[in-house]
Design a protein. Sequence first.
Length: 495
Amino acid sequence: MIEKVDDVKLYINGEFVDASDGQTFENINPFTNETTNLVAKGTESDIEKAVEAAEEAFEHGPWGSMKLKERMKYIERIADLIEEEAESIAYLESLDSGLPISQTRKMAARGAENFRFYSRMVQARMHGDAYQVDDEFINYTVYQPLGVVGLITPWNAPFMLLTWKVAPALATGNTVVLKPAELSPLSANILANVIQKAELPKGVFNVVHGFGETAGESLVKHPTVKAISFTGETTTGKRIIKNSADSLKKTSMELGGKSPLIVFEDADFDQALDAAVWGIFSFNGERCTANSRVFVQKNIREKFTNALKERVQNIVIGAPMNNETELGPLIDQGHFKKVTGYIELAKEEGCEIFQGTVPPELTTGNYVPPTLLLNAKNDMKVCQEEIFGPVMAVIEFEKEEEVIEMANDVEYGLAGYVWTNDIKRAHRVAQAVDSGMIWVNSQNVRDLRIPFGGMKASGIGREGGHFAIFEFYTEPKAIHVAIGNHHIPQFGKGK
Ligand code: NAD
C-alpha cells in the first residue's frame, strides 16, 4: 500500500523540522528487522523550543482564550480527519509496531472516538459547583487548564494511547508537548499531520521524538511544563516522579501490570476460555491489562488447560499486514530477548512449557509463539514480573480465599478478571482483588466514561472519562464572594 515511509521529523510550532543538531536514529521494522526510515533525535534544546512554542500558544495565542465551541470544532475536525485516514494509520501502526492490522484498525477507530468523546465530555461536564453559605457568601469553583502539559507514551498501542492523552489535554484548553516512544514513532507524526490539516493554531501541539534519557528527561525537568502524563514501565514512572520533584509537577502514572484472571469451576467455560486467550494473545501479548496469570479451580484445571493448548496451537501467527493474522512479531530484538529469557527462566523454575508453532517462512521477525507456562506457582519470578509478551502462566487453586491471596500477592494492581456464575462470589472476589479495574464474566471491554488506572505499582491517579478532566488536565479554582455583610475581625483599631 505505502511503498516508502518518509523520514520522521519533529513537529514544533506548526512546522516539521530536523533535530537542532541534525542527528537521527533508525526506526526498525519488527517484521523484517530492517530500517523503515530515520527519525529526528530530539535534544534538550528541541524540548526547549517546543515548550516555548506551547507556552506562547497558551499565554498569548488564541487557544487559551478561545470560546469553548470554537475549540471543540477543532477537536471534532481532528476526529473527522483521523477517520478519513484510518486505513493508512492502521497500516503504518502495524508496520511500526508489528501489531496485526485487524487490531490496529480498531485502535485507529478508537483514536478518532477519543477526540469525539472528549469534545462531548468537556462541553457537558467541564463545569464547577456553587456553594451557597447562608445569605453571606456564594462560593463557586471553575476548572481551568494547566498550561503546557508533557505527554510521554509507550510503544505497545502507540496511536490509541497518545490520542487517549492528547484529546483530553487539548479539549480542556492546554497546549501539548508529546514525547512518543522511540520504538514506534510513526503514528505521532500522523497525528501531527492531522493537526496541521485541521489548522490548529501553531504551537498548540508539538512532537519531540527521541530517547527517554534525553528528550524525555528534559521534558520532565522543564520548569514551564505543569504536568506529565506518563504511560510506560513502573521503573520509568518512578524515575519520572523523582525528576519532576524539583519543579513540583503534577504527574499521572499508568504503569505495568501482572493481572489475574480467575476461573471458578461454575464459570461459563467457553466464554472464560475465549476471554483468557484473547486477553493475553491479542496485541501480541504486549498489553498492560493482559491476563498474564490465569488461576483455574482444581476440578476444571485439566479440561481448561487442554482447551487452552488446543487454542494456542491454532492461533494464526503471521505477517502484521495479513488480515487473518492473530499474533505478529514483538516490537524489537531487545524485547524478544527479554520475553524468550523469561520462557527459559520458567523452565528453570519448574514450569512445563507449551507453545504454538511459528510458521517456518517467518524467518526475519521477532516472533515468540503463544506460550503457556503450565504447573506454575504464584511465587515464581515468571508469575511476579511483567513479561509483556504472549506468555500466560496457568496456576491451580482450590479455595476462594486462597485464590484471592495469590491474586493479591504481587507488586502490581492494574486489572483483574473474575469468571463465576455465583453472583455473590463474583462481587466478593471483585471487591477483594487489589486492582484499579476488574471485569466480571467479561473480557476487557471499556466504556470511555469509566476511570482507567491502577493501584500499587501499576500507577497513581486515574485518567479516562471525566477523571482525566477533573483529576488531571485542569485545576479547580475556588472563588469566594461575599453577597451580604459579614463580620471581619478588626485588628489594629485599639480598644
Ligand atoms: P518505557 O517506560 O520503557 O517507555 C515509555 C516512554 O517513556 C517512552 O516514550 C520512553 O522514551 C520514555 N522514557 C523512558 N525513560 C524515560 C525517562 N527517564 N524520562 C522520561 N521519559 C522516559 O515503557 P515501554 O517499554 O515503552 O512500554 C511498555 C510498558 O508500558 C509496560 O510496562 C506496560 O505495562 C506499560 N503500559 C501501561 C499502560 C497503563 O495504562 N497502565 C498502558 C500501556 C502500557
